[in-house]
Design a protein around this ligand. Structure first.
Ligand code: NDP
Length: 241
């Protein structure tokens, strides 16, 4: 029987590519999103993947959303914690709102999403949890104290949970994308991108969402059971950790 995969932030950018790649690989896929109904409609027009709207920064919303997905598609075997936001500014200007929104969406969501799902995975003795962190969680980034802290937290979460779940047949891994060609990066001013970012990337280009999706499909496979607690960098050689 097809395994069930849930992708947070799965209707746009990297998440949409992950949803489509998992579907193409034979999974039953559910795509969560936060509030951009227009993007979700567009995604629905391109695929027959069901979409589910809830805020991953709310534990209650995640618990309810997961119940709905499991009632409609079956128990979740593969969880991709992909949803994320940025609220960039220098730390001395950062508001509590900018700090909290980024921490709750990029790191709090890993608790909110994984906690309701983990017991079922443990009972069924199978699970794949794949977290999408960032190169900036590995190395830090000017103007992103909030985001770098959250994304570094995703890596610690991954390693600790991988230890706890290894005996239960559940793997937990984290992917650290570099600069990927999505709306998040298209928001960076063109001259900053061309003068300050591209020269730092040895392959000389942005990554594509499909390149992250390919890595997710690799880690999600039944055959990837010995890969756990790993941090996979997909960054064009920009940072080799
Ligand atoms: P996008 O901004 O293109 O898409 C973000 C997705 O996350 C959207 O689907 C959005 O939903 C969803 N989302 C945001 N907040 C919430 C929320 N509170 N509840 C539910 N869903 C939410 O981002 P990318 O595709 O570029 O990024 C995907 C992941 O990859 C993020 O975790 C990001 O930090 C990480 N990353 C991205 C890099 C890049 O270069 N693009 C580099 C390194 C890491 P909606 O459509 O409703 O807004």
């Amino acid at each position: 029987m097809a395994r069930v995969a849930l992708v947070t932030g799965g209707t746009r950018g990297i998440g949409a590519a992950i949803s489509k790649a998992l579907k193409a690989a034979g999974y039953k896929v559910a795509a969560n999103y936060g509030g951009n109904d227009a993007a979700a409609e567009k995604f629905k027009g391109e695929t027959d993947i069901p979409v589910y709207k809830w805020d991953v920064s709310s534990f209650e919303a995640c618990s309810e959303g997961i119940k709905k997905v499991e009632a409609e598609l079956g128990p979740i075997d593969v969880l991709i914690n992909n949803a994320g936001i940025t609220r960039d500014t220098a730390f001395h200007k950062m508001t509590l709102e900018q700090w909290s929104a980024v921490i709750n969406t990029n790191l709090g969501s890993l608790f909110n999403m994984t906690r309701p799902i983990i017991e079922g995975m443990r009972a069924r003795k199978f699970g794949r949890i794949i977290n999408i962190s960032s190169i900036n969680g590995q190395k830090g980034q000017f103007g992103q104290v909030n985001y770098s802290a959250a994304k570094a937290g995703d890596i610690g979460f991954t390693k600790a949970l991988a230890l706890e779940t290894a005996k239960a047949g559940i793997t937990v891994n984290v992917i650290c994308p570099g600069y990927i060609n999505t709306e998040m990066v298209q928001a960076v001013p063109k001259d900053v991108l061309e003068k300050s970012i591209l020269p730092l990337i040895p392959v000389g280009r942005l990554g594509e969402p499909e390149e992250i999706a390919r890595t997710v499909v690799f880690l999600a496979a039944d055959e990837a059971g010995a890969i756990t607690g790993s941090t996979l960098s997909v960054n064009g050689g920009q940072y080799m950790a």
